[in-house]
Design a protein around this ligand. Sequence first.
Ligand SMILES: [Zn+2]
Ligand SMILES: [Zn+2]
Length: 246
Amino acid sequence: MITVTNHAEYMNDYNPDGVYYTTQGCNTCKFIKPARSKHCSLCDVCVSRFDHHCSWVNNCLGKKNYKFFLCFITSSAILCAYVTFVVAIVYAYIVLSEGLINMKYEAYDGQYYPVGIRFLSQYMLVRQPLLAILFLVVLFFGVAMTGFSLFHLYLVLTNQTTNEFYKRHYYGKSHTKSSRQSRIISSRTEKTTVKTAKRRALNRNKEISSRTLADEVVTTEKSPSPGTRTPYYKGIWRNITEVMGV
Ligand SMILES: [Zn+2]
Ligand SMILES: [Zn+2]
């Protein structure tokens, strides 16, 4: 969380790359946004190294709490995998210890047929419904949390935030050669919008006037591509240590 008192400290963290982050003022907080920060409308604060606002933990994820979020989703994925495994073992124990796999059932035609996986699953669902519900729930969340953890592992290794990932892919698709004309038009519109927004900010805060006037003209003409290296990439090990704060 960036406040007026710790603002100078966060300004030194990263340099604006000129693509995702230019020198922009925050109209609400009344200061220049540090690179990689974003104002969260829900928390109503600027957040350093903003990743995303998580509705599950009801908080923003940024520079200082992202590592705890990583531990949370990774441990949740491991816990779900563990419970899935334990429930599967319990089911297997019941089936094997009672010899259910070798049993036969009487069909409508009066004949006896060996139970297959489908029939056995239905039988176990009726016999142990709570265990079956638990199995399905932890299996679902286990798959979801594992995918989520792997996605965030990828973000850590490439030193990008969720916010930057979506910016990168959004701009990467919209800034193609075929849409060059629309890019030029939208770039001009962006310049006008940025100029207007910044002029309003300048009127409120004289402190940021000289810097923003110079920077507002230099809006991005570069186009980030999903295939190229991320702007804050420092090498895998340094990316990890940056996130973990060691
Ligand atoms: Zn702000
Ligand atoms: Zn938030």
